[in-house]
Design a protein around this ligand. Structure first.
Ligand SMILES: [Zn+2]
Length: 548
């Protein structure tokens, strides 16, 4: 599954001035556009942590207060929303690490999650093919042979017979294997004589022919043949991703790596007022022309406050699962191997200086302890240096629980206990911790992610047939409190995007990015998160999810 990701934000500009104080003005205020009244409003504002209503006009919150004071904000044109019993209002969730277009494209694929047989996989794929021009690729994801009557990897023969004209690539649920059909094998030039690349496997049948199942790096043999998405497909992906965020109560997102064409599309959508999500766009650090152009132009934020461009994403190393993460000591399950840096220290320093000079933030993917040390340029007290240097640890709660089954094999027991996914150590050392999902690597759900951070138990463990799920808490001493986990998913994530003055809290002067949940998320567990519904989402005062 995904790797533990410590994304380090090297540059912190001085915090912006805070908006006006929260609270209710004394007399006869101008009425609000919307007044949302709930038994409990969790504001995340330390000056007033809970309230009974929140009111906004346009895209700004004008009042947060006791239930009884809501009336003074209600006029003839005001929409009054009375939350049902038990529902809780909060600032919208901020996903501090995700891939918006990747999420959108994954939503365009055939959803194979929960298929009860290989026959059902084929049926769903055939259905999609019926609406797809011949020769166009059909992609899908989510199958798991553990859910089928015969719990073995499938063979492409039946799929190829049903779909002779479309190349097909169907990813397994864990993203580490894929099934392709004969057409895709032919396009990729894979036959019985093809050797698997290092780190990959071409599964073969008794006759020595490829079965269509490709593992890890062997998937690249086919994946690299996929055409770039067409502009219309990019637009469709964006629309799907925005809707998915609204549905999950995510009102802001840090996009961890965006190239020129996608940035142009986002800017066009921002100008047209069509973005319903605040996007902190990290520029793709490998795109030299894009960096030149943007660093020269300086940081930008559109007038609606939806798209900011002031960050650069680079990779210090690879992933732990594939042993690409750069470690200080050998991998416990491959002696003599420590992974590799993907950038050298001088190059990283030069880019950091350039970013700083241009007013940009440097966001570094760093998973292994050696990679983190290169970024922090220090030693095992590297954890303490996050606070000392003002570096933000942008982590993914759900990666810890997803990776739990195999991390001790990679690192060994003692190193795992001392160093892996150390959320509580980071907080205790005074670091700022913000949280994301890395969607579509993990589901976008903030509630699933909170459950992982608070309990360190896999939030999918109530789902049958997940062979890789470990039920016990993973390093339970690193569990966060619900308050800490919520903070990392709202206030701290806003701060990490230089948006603490207008996002992440419900307080007067803040943007009206507000969600209403059916239950209090501080009670969330792996068993209960699915039952909590996002009843409504407002982005900049505009309702973008839920019934009216
Ligand atoms: Zn990512």
């Amino acid at each position: 599954m995904a790797a533990p990701l410590l994304l380090l934000l090297l540059l912190l500009l001085a915090p912006l001035g805070r908006g006006a104080d929260s609270g209710v003005a004394a007399a006869r205020p101008e009425p609000a556009d919307v007044v949302l009244r709930a038994e409990l409003v969790r504001t995340l504002d330390p000056a007033r942590p809970t309230a009974g209503f929140v009111a906004w006009r346009g895209d700004r919150i004008v009042a947060v207060g006791d239930r009884g004071d809501a009336a003074s904000w209600i006029g003839a044109g005001t929409r009054l929303v009375e939350a049902p019993a038990g529902a809780v209002a909060l600032p919208g969730f901020i996903d501090a690490h995700a891939h918006l277009f990747g999420l959108g494209h994954s939503l365009r694929e055939v959803d194979l999650a929960g298929t009860a047989s290989f026959t059902e996989v084929i049926a769903r794929t055939v259905q999609r093919a019926a609406a797809t021009t011949k020769d166009r690729w059909i992609r899908g994801h989510g199958w798991d042979q553990n859910d089928w009557p015969v719990q073995e990897f499938p063979h492409h023969a039946e799929l190829s017979a049903a779909l002779p004209d479309h190349p097909v690539l169907l990813q397994r649920v864990d993203g580490h294997a894929a099934l392709v059909n004969a057409r895709a094998l032919a396009l990729a030039g894979i036959d019985r004589s093809t050797l698997a690349p290092a780190g990959g496997e071409i599964v073969r049948d008794a006759r020595g022919e490829p079965t269509g199942v490709l593992i890890d790096r062997a998937v690249d043999l086919v994946a690299t043949r996929l055409p770039e998405p067409a502009p219309a497909e990019e637009r469709e992906a964006l629309a799907l991703a925005l809707a998915e965020c609204a549905r999950h109560g995510v009102t802001a997102l840090h996009d961890a790596g965006i190239g020129g064409p996608r940035l142009a599309l986002l800017e066009e959508e921002a100008r047209a007022g069509r973005l319903t999500l605040r996007i902190h766009a990290m520029l793709d650090g490998d795109d030299a022309a894009l960096l030149d152009q943007r660093l020269a132009a300086g940081p930008t934020l559109d007038p609606g406050g939806f798209l900011d461009v002031r960050a650069i994403k680079v990779y210090a190393d690879g992933a732990l699962g594939s042993r690409g993460a750069w470690l200080l000591d050998d991998y416990a399950d491959r002696r003599g191997h420590r992974g590799l840096p993907l950038i050298d220290a001088d190059e990283l320093t030069a880019l950091a200086r350039r970013a700083l000079a241009g007013g940009f933030q440097l966001c570094t993917h760093a998973i292994g302890d050696a990679a983190n040390r290169m970024v922090l340029d220090a030693d095992p007290a590297d954890v303490a240096r996050f606070a000392a240097l003002g570096v933000i640890a942008s982590v993914q709660f759900c990666h810890a629980t997803s990776d739990a089954p195999w991390v001790p094999a990679r690192l060994g027991g003692a190193r795992t206990a001392a160093t892996a996914y150390p959320w509580r150590h980071l907080l205790a050392a005074g670091a700022r911790l913000c949280n994301g999902t890395d969607a579509p690597v993990e589901p976008l759900s903030p509630l699933r992610n909170l459950a992982a951070g608070i309990t360190r138990r896999n939030p999918d463990q109530d789902v049958a047939a997940h062979a890789n799920v470990v039920a016990a808490p993973f390093l339970p001493e690193q569990c966060l409190t619900a308050a800490e986990a919520l903070q990392a998913s709202t206030v701290a994530a806003a701060h990490a995007a230089f948006r603490e003055a207008d996002l992440g809290q419900l307080a007067r002067g803040m943007r009206a990015d507000v969600i209403l949940l059916s239950n209090d998320p501080v009670t969330v567990t792996p068993e209960t998160w699915r039952a909590i519904r996002v009843l409504a989402t407002w982005s900049g005062g505009r309702q973008v999810h839920g019934s009216r």
